[in-house]
Design a protein around this ligand. Structure first.
Ligand SMILES: [Zn+2]
Length: 411
């Protein structure tokens, strides 16, 4: 047995609330073994809330705690059972540092979760000797502790999607707080019903407080936002609109390439094909970001195709409008001018812009976009690549959202 003064010191070092150390031994191959007990003499009945001092029986078992100097630490705890006079039933007490039915302290779980969020379940399991299942349980507990069912008030919301596996047409929906740039939650698929379910949990207070929502060009989301967020201005995400314009330009490039192959005169055919070859990024990239080779290509393609040259100029103008005009009236007038110039070249894009005109021009007022989703998506891709031993959507969601709210300890 250790002395009383050792016990006092060890109690302080261990630093667990409402707990005292009674004994400590070092066991070869195991580590440090502490016998601890609660300092309170009573406990609160979970049914009626009354405190009871009627000890029913002691219940001792071992749990794991944070290591000391790389020595594993095992705590022999006593979770006592009390008899509640009020309810006439026995209950087991809550301990501040270990959840019921968990064989490790909460601070150990927190450390492990922090490690897993920075690497993978398998590598942390291998390093700590914990099983994948134990670690998954720790992460689920962390999800309950740190991820709220209903978010804090949101001013600007982004609704978008991320590809689960690129090219497979399988998407998760993602809701983003556009002020904090943090994902709020993920949706297992892109349906109006799925979004409605999540939003219903948020409650009217959060929903009515939302002032602006950035969405891609999907009518079912638009109507749901109108229905559930009465005070929100809907903004068509600028990058989705720009994508339409880019795609239409690229389709024209492909069409001209096909047409060029049918030119009868050989010399002319070769000249046009040569000019069009390798012109995709020269046409699509922002002109300001072109390298020397691409700049040269842009001139070449403009020489063989006046139509692509015009469409390229209009595409650049389109971006310019969204980048520079900061008030609604100016931006809207400028966009109308652009549409007048572009209707023959960008027939489809102009059609879509007309159908979404209010939403597209609301950008000039609120200037919100879903641009941040790309960065979030990159982080999620990393999570997917590392595997983490998570097979289903709920686990992936947990793993994806926790890093944004988890209180990592700064070393
Ligand atoms: Zn009771």
């Amino acid at each position: 047995m250790i002395t009383e003064s050792d016990a006092r010191q060890l109690t302080e070092l261990l630093g667990l609330p409402e707990t005292k150390v009674e004994d400590m031994t070092m066991i070869d191959g195991v580590g440090l073994f502490f016998v601890i007990s609660p300092t309170r003499r009573d406990a609160e009945c979970p049914r009626c809330g009354k405190r009871s001092r009627h000890l029913h029986e002691n219940h001792r078992y071992n749990i794991e705690d944070l290591p000391w100097n790389q020595q594993p630490v095992v705590l022999r705890v006593n979770r006592r059972q009390f008899w509640c006079q009020e309810c006439g039933q026995v209950f087991s007490e809550e301990l501040a540092f270990v959840k019921k039915r968990r064989l490790y302290t909460q601070r150990l779980a927190k450390q492990i979760v922090g490690q897993v969020l920075g690497s993978s379940i398998h590598s942390v399991a291998a390093r700590t000797g914990l099983s994948d299942e134990q670690i998954e349980t720790m992460i689920k507990d962390a999800g309950k502790a740190y991820l709220p069912e209903s978010p804090e008030p949101i001013r600007y919301l982004g609704i978008d999607e991320i590809a689960v596996v690129k090219g497979q047409g399988n998407y998760y929906g993602v809701l983003v707080n556009l002020e904090t740039h943090q994902p709020i939650t993920l949706l297992p698929s892109r349906t109006q019903e799925g979004l409605r379910q999540v939003l219903s949990q948020w409650g009217p207070e959060v929903l009515e407080g939302i002032e602006g929502v950035s969405i891609d060009l999907w009518k079912p989301y638009q109507s749901l936002v109108k229905e559930m967020m009465p005070n929100a201005t809907i903004v068509a995400d600028r990058f989705h609109v720009t994508k339409l314009v880019n795609e239409e330009l690229d389709n024209e490039r492909k069409a001209e390439k096909r047409a060029a192959k049918k030119i009868a005169k050989k010399a002319e055919r070769e000249r046009v094909i040569e000019g069009l070859n390798g012109s995709k990024y020269a046409l699509l990239k922002n002109e300001g970001n072109l390298n020397e080779k691409q700049k040269k290509k842009l001139i070449e393609v403009s020489e063989v195709s006046p139509k692509l040259a015009t469409m390229h100029r209009l595409k650049e103008e389109f971006r310019e409008i969204f980048e520079s005009f900061e008030n609604w009236a100016e931006g809207t007038l400028k966009l109308l001018d652009w549409m007048a110039d572009s209707s023959t070249f960008f027939n489809q894009s102009c059609g879509t812009i007309k159908r979404w005109f209010d939403e597209v021009t609301s950008y000039f007022e609120l200037r919100i976009t879903n641009g941040v989703v790309e960065g979030i998506n990159n982080k999620l891709k990393l999570i997917k690549r590392l595997g983490y031993g998570f097979g289903n959507f709920d686990n992936f969601k947990l793993r994806a959202l926790l890093p944004w709210v988890f209180p990592f300890e700064t070393p």
